[in-house]
Structures are given as structure tokens and as C-alpha cells.
Design a binder for this molecule. Structure first.
Ligand code: ADP
Length: 695
């Protein structure tokens, strides 16, 4: 080939330059540009042309082969096959003949498979003043013949011209790629501000990032504030891992742990070669993690979690992927933080609402204008009104008190007289009934310390009054109960002393009365002592295994006598060799005796039955009678202190109302239970279960 430039040669190169300028001016797609270059040069020079362009990570070449007729074929050669590398690296136009080329290159090269004798090559883009952004490539003319006027001299300038178009097309596609990324980022940032649910946040972010980065999966791990562990919950792992158990990494464990601890992002293109990688997740799911970008999610200085992009498809992760992930990381962390704060506030709100509505005390809040803002069910029940008749109303118009008003308490708070004023007053109900209440109040202050609202707490004093009444009744009852036998004893003693019972039989009868009444007195005093001891929980300290059969042996015969004396049928069915129960002799005696004595006492006629047996690991004791029964309205209070049902009182049956109270307290303290079923007028059945001691 001649070194000087002839007009014809210039013509062809010039002609090509013109044709290509025209054709490439509208082309912004890099691959399209390479194809046009191959095609135009092949057709104009009548020579087969090969254009090869390295892939982004230099792992293979995209290749366009065009014959002189314009038939074009696009293919992909791996680096070894292409053997373009050395030719490109010279940075020059190269003319090579087959017998000059190194034998290894000739044997392996695809290029030499196509070329018979010679190749003329030029690097694309042509090395210039600027760092090219286009990947390295090559233009090859295969066996250029007579019709080809391109040579070592004019090919360089032509390549320099083409470089302008190639660079422009590559630049354009990169900018276009960045544009897409930028719009994805701004879309995500925007949508993140509009949701407060972690799951929604993740849903919105997952797909766009996955598609834009071209990765298999995106996941978010959140740091637990207490343990510092990172938790990947399934909703934050994406559809690939639906239903997978939450994966947890301890502090510093795995790549995510490292990233969170060091507050540094990482790009790892072969995770299994990285000693920080923790394969637990892959083992659990069967997923194969290959490459990963992991960035810390930070809110100010705090790391709240990590964002991971996993397994880049087709290539490796690069800095631009990292930049994109980082651009999303900021708004994502803020959105997660907001969602978490929102959750905390919500659950706190729910907690307060639950307390508010479930308090047994009535609650009501008012705002600065004295209007009711909230009221709970307990107060609505007291007021016997629905919420909509209260909320929004002036507080004094809906809470009517016999004496005083809630606005008095309000003024005391607002005037700074008293932070927590109280008022004991009677609440006037709908039908004119009134309920004694203790009303306490307190200000609810805002951030500035100003009183925003006032809360009123209504304690129903009826129960306390009832207890007070019962206690008074009890004392009166006790005094009465003590006075009656004492008076009887005194009277019969006097009669005896005055010689009013001269006959022996009469004297014996008088003495019998004295004895019985003394017994009764003694029993009452004993019960009161027992109660006093029980309250001081003395009995329960000395628990030991107690044999029930022994107790039944001495207790049942006199009780059976008493029942039969009264004309009742007494039946007993006690299993022999019952295992012991834990307790004290005195208390177990008290439990059994109280129940049987009550059965006899409250049964005017019929049968009293006592049964005891081992039921699993519990001893079951049943005392059943056919007596007066217990009216349903007495059931809730039956085991209360001093409680005596109206029927018992009306029938003049003596008692203190302490027996069942002490019985239930004792059974409970020894780990047992007591149940009662009763039909008024038909009879009652008490069932006690106490844990048996394994011998
Ligand atoms: P007391 O028998 O001294 O009155 P208790 O505490 O033993 O006290 O019983 C409380 C109340 O329960 C009794 O007054 C009675 O109204 C009711 N009661 C207890 N046992 C029976 C029973 N077997 N049949 C009917 N009523 C009973």
C-alpha cells in the first residue's frame, strides 16, 4: 500500500466520511451506530468489515460482521476468540498479514478464521485528547482488495471522525440511563413521603429499584433498638422470599452487620469470596447470593438498618449502581423512621384508648371551652346515656351533681388553686336516682405546659359504702348473736340458782341449754379468732402434708349425728387411702367443716351428702344438700366477707357470713379451687379441689 495519499483514496475516505456523517447524525443508539459504520464501510469499499465493541466489564465483544453486499450479522465473541485486545492496545492503525501474525493468535482467532490473508484494523474510538467514555472497540477490514481505498494513512482520520458520533451515541445512552435512574429516584422519594406503612414503603421501592439496577432482589434489614440485631422481615425481602421466617443477624454479623457497624457501603461482586458474608440466609432459603451492594440506612448519625441490592443480572455492580442506591437510602431511612415513629405513636394511642375504655372508673375529658371531648363506657353506664349525648356537650349540662359541679373543679385547675382537686358528690342519673361518687381531676398539659384538656375520674362509692354497711351489719349481727346465747345462758343459770329446777330431769334440760348456747358462743368466738389469724396469714406459713381420711374419721360422726338429730339423711362416700394435701390441720378442718355445717344448717329436710375421692392429681370434695338453695342474685357475693343471703337472714338462720369467705381464701392459698351450683329452694352443691401430694 502506498503511503502518499492519492486523490482517489481521499475520495473514498471523504465519500465515506460524508455518507457516515449523514447517516449517523440522527443515531443516538451506540449499537446502531456501530452497525451503520460496519455496513457503510463494507458497501463503499467492497470489503468485508468486522466491528467489535467490548462489553462494559470487558468480558466479551459485541461483533458486527458485514460483507461487501451489505449483509450484516451481529454476534458475540469472547475475549480469547476475538483476540482484539493487542490490536486495540497499539492505539494505531494496524495492517497484518496472516503469516506475520503469531501462530497462537491465528489458530484461536475468529478474525483469522474469516480473513484469508490480510487485515486492516483501527481502534474505535480513536485515542484522542479526552478520556473516551465509549468502551474499547475495533474496526477491521478483512482482506481489503483493489476496490478498497482505505489504508494505514486515511483510516486513522476516518476513525477520529467516527469517534465523534460513537462518543455522542454512548454519551446519549448513558445520560438517558442516568435520566431513568434520576426519575426513578425522584419518583421513589416522592412516593415515600406519602405513606407511613413500612410494607407500603417497601412495595413502592422494591420493583423500580430492582428493574433500574437490573438485580434479582432488593431487601431491607432493620436494626432492633434493644438488641442491635438486624432483622430482615419477609415483607421487606420481596416476593421471592414470601413466607420465609425472619432472618436475624447479630451485631456485626454478615455483610449487613459489617455495613451497619462501620457505616460504610460495600460493593461485593463475589460474596462467597468475602469473609464477612454469612451464608445462613442462603442455607435457609436455597437462594444463591452472588453479588451485592449494601448501604447503611442512616437518620442523622443513627444507623437504623441496611438496604441491599442482590445479584446484578448479566454483569457486575459498579459505582453508578451504588450512587443510585445511596440516593434512595436517605429518603428511605427517613420514611422508615417516620413509619416507625408513627407506629409507636399509634400503639401508644391505642394503649391509652384501651386503658381509657376499660377502666372500671368512669373517665371524661373536656377541652378549654368546657366541652366534653371523650367519655368512657364505665361513665356512660353510670350516666345511662349514649356517648353522642355527652361528647361535644357542655360538661355541666350532661353531668348533673346534687351539690357542686365539674366546672368548679375546672376553675380550680385553671386558676392554679389546685392541680388535682377532688369532689365527693352525688351524681343525678336519668331517672332521678343518685350515685355517691368521688370525682378527681387533673390537667392534661401540652408541650408548652399549657392545660389543653382536663380529665375527670369518677369513682363509684357504692361498693365502699356497701362494704361499710356490711361491716356495720356484721358488728351488729355479732353483738346480737353474742347477746342471744349469753342472755339464754344467764337466764337458765339464774333459774337453776333460784332452785326453779328441782327435778333432776328439768335441771339436766336447763344445763343442756346452757351447754349448747355456750358451744355456740365458743364457735363464734373461735371463728372470729380464726379470721383474725387468717388475715394475719398465720395458718398458711405452716403448710405440711395433711391426711384427709384422719380428718373425716373424727369429724363426720358428730356431724352425721347432728344431721340425723335434725331429721336429715346423712350420706358419706369417702375413698379410703386418700393421698395427703398440703395445708394445715386447722385450715383443712375449717374448709370441710364449714361446708358440711352449712349444708346441715341450710337444709330443713332431705339429704346431706359428703363425697371425697382422688380425681387425677386433685382431691375432689363434694358437699351436697337439698336445702333452701342460694338465690342467683346472691351468687356473685357468696364468698364475700360478712355476706349472708337474704333467704338465710329472713329464715332467722344463725351465722356470721364469715365461713365461706374463709373457706375460699384457704382453698385458694393451698392451690385449690371452689365451685358452687345451686337452685333456690332445691339445694346446693359445693365442690372443692385441692392438689394431692405425691407420696
Ligand atoms: P354463715 O353460714 O355463717 O352465714 P357462710 O359464709 O358460711 O356464713 O355462708 C354465707 C351465706 O351463704 C350464708 O349466710 C347463706 O346465705 C349462704 N349459704 C352458704 N352455704 C349454703 C348452703 N349450703 N345452702 C344455702 N345457702 C348457703
Amino acid at each position: 500500500m502506498a503511503n502518499e495519499t492519492t486523490p482517489i483514496e481521499m475520495d473514498q475516505a471523504y465519500q465515506l466520511w460524508q455518507q457516515l456523517t449523514e447517516k449517523l447524525s440522527d443515531v443516538f443508539d451506540a449499537h446502531g451506530a456501530y452497525a451503520i459504520i460496519a455496513h457503510q464501510i463494507a458497501v463503499t469499499t467492497g470489503t468485508k468489515v468486522v466491528v467489535g465493541v467490548a462489553s462494559i466489564l470487558n468480558r466479551y465483544y459485541d461483533v458486527w460482521i458485514c460483507d461487501s453486499a451489505g449483509e450484516i450479522e451481529q454476534t458475540r465473541w469472547d475475549n480469547a476468540k476475538a483476540s482484539f485486545h493487542t490490536l486495540i492496545q497499539t492505539g494505531n492503525v494496524n495492517f497484518q498479514q496472516k503469516y506475520d501474525a503469531p501462530p497462537a493468535e491465528v489458530i484461536n482467532s475468529e478474525l483469522w478464521r474469516i480473513a484469508k490473508d490480510t487485515i486492516l484494523t483501527v481502534p474505535l474510538p480513536w485515542p484522542g485528547k479526552y478520556e473516551p467514555i465509549s468502551p474499547p472497540g475495533i474496526l477491521c477490514l478483512i482482506d481489503p482488495g483493489e476496490s478498497c481505498r482505505l489504508d494505514q494513512t486515511n483510516l486513522g482520520p476516518l476513525a477520529a471522525n467516527l469517534t465523534v458520533f460513537i462518543e455522542r451515541a454512548n454519551l446519549r445512552s448513558q445520560v438517558y440511563g442516568q435520566d431513568i435512574r434520576f426519575s426513578v429516584i425522584s419518583d421513589i422519594s416522592y412516593s415515600l413521603t406519602s405513606t407511613l406503612s413500612l410494607e407500603n414503603i417497601f412495595q413502592q421501592l422494591m420493583d423500580p429499584i430492582r428493574r433500574t439496577l437490573n438485580v434479582e432482589s432488593i431487601s431491607v434489614g432493620l436494626i432492633e433498638s434493644d438488641s442491635g440485631e438486624i432483622e430482615f422481615i419477609d415483607v421487606m425481602l420481596g416476593p421471592l422470599f414470601q413466607g420465609v421466617l425472619p432472618v436475624r443477624l447479630q451485631q456485626g454479623q454478615g455483610i449487613a452487620g459489617w455495613v451497619a457497624q462501620h457505616r460504610e457501603s460495600v460493593i461485593i461482586n463475589d460474596v462467597y469470596a468475602d469473609s464477612r458474608f454469612h451464608a445462613y440466609f442462603d442455607q435457609q432459603t436455597g437462594f444463591l447470593t452472588k453479588s451485592m451492594i449494601c448501604i447503611p440506612l442512616q437518620v442523622e448519625e443513627r444507623v437504623i438498618g441496611v438496604l441491599q441490592a442482590i445479584n446484578k443480572r448479566d454483569s457486575h455492580f459498579n459505582d453508578s449502581d451504588l450512587l443510585m442506591l445511596k440516593a434512595i437510602g436517605g429518603p428511605l431511612a427517613a420514611a422508615i423512621e417516620n413509619a416507625q415513629l408513627h407506629d409507636v405513636v399509634l400503639s401508644e394511642k391505642r394503649r391509652i384508648e384501651t386503658i381509657f375504655s376499660n377502666m372500671s372508673e368512669g373517665l371524661l375529658t373536656i377541652n378549654g371551652n368546657g366541652l366534653v371531648t371523650n367519655v368512657n363506657d364505665a361513665l356512660l353506664t353510670l350516666l345511662q346515656k349514649p356517648a353522642d349525648q355527652i361528647v361535644g356537650q357542655n360538661v355541666d349540662s350532661c353531668i348533673r351533681l346534687k351539690k357542686g359541679s365539674l366546672s368548679e373543679l375546672e376553675s380550680a385547675i385553671l386558676d392554679g388553686e389546685d392541680e388535682n382537686p377532688q369532689l365527693a358528690a352525688d351524681l343525678v342519673q336519668n331517672e332521678g336516682h343518685s350515685i355517691p361518687l368521688l370525682i378527681s381531676s387533673a390537667p392534661i398539659k401540652g408541650e408548652t405546659g399549657e392545660t389543653d384538656e382536663i380529665i375527670f375520674v369518677f369513682s363509684d362509692l357504692r361498693q365502699i359504702r356497701e362494704v361499710e354497711r356490711m361491716r356495720d351489719d356484721f358488728f351488729h349481727g355479732i353483738i346480737h348473736e353474742l347477746r342471744t346465747p349469753l342472755a339464754t345462758i344467764l337466764m337458765y343459770a339464774r333459774l337453776l340458782r333460784e332452785g326453779k329446777a328441782k327435778e333432776k330431769e328439768k335441771a339436766n334440760r336447763f344445763l343442756g341449754v346452757i351447754e349448747r348456747e355456750s358451744d355456740r358462743l365458743q364457735k363464734m368466738v373461735r371463728q372470729m379468732l380464726q379470721l383474725a389469724k387468717m388475715e394475719a396469714s398465720e395458718f398458711h406459713r405452716s403448710a405440711q402434708p395433711i391426711h384427709l381420711n384422719g380428718i373425716f374419721d373424727y369429724m363426720l360422726p358428730p356431724l352425721a349425728d347432728r344431721a340425723t338429730e335434725k331429721g336429715l339423711t346423712f350420706r358419706q362416700n369417702i375413698s379410703a387411702d386418700l393421698p395427703p394435701v398440703m395445708g394445715s390441720q386447722e385450715i383443712i378442718d375449717l374448709i370441710i367443716r364449714n361446708l358440711i355445717e352449712n349444708a346441715i344448717k341450710f337444709t330443713p329436710s332431705g339429704t346431706v351428702q359428703v363425697k371425697a375421692w382422688l380425681d387425677g392429681d386433685m382431691i375432689c370434695l363434694v358437699v351436697k344438700d337439698e336445702g333452701i338453695g342460694i338465690p342467683p342474685e346472691s351468687m356473685p357475693n357468696l364468698f364475700g366477707r360478712f355476706f349472708r343471703s337474704q333467704t338465710a337472714v329472713e329464715r332467722g338462720i344463725a351465722g356470721t357470713g364469715l365461713g365461706l369467705y374463709m373457706t375460699r381464701e384457704s382453698v385458694r392459698k393451698f392451690g385449690g379451687t371452689i365451685q358452687v351450683s345451686s337452685v333456690a329452694g332445691k339445694g346446693s352443691e359445693f365442690t372443692v379441689r385441692l392438689p394431692a401430694v405425691k407420696e
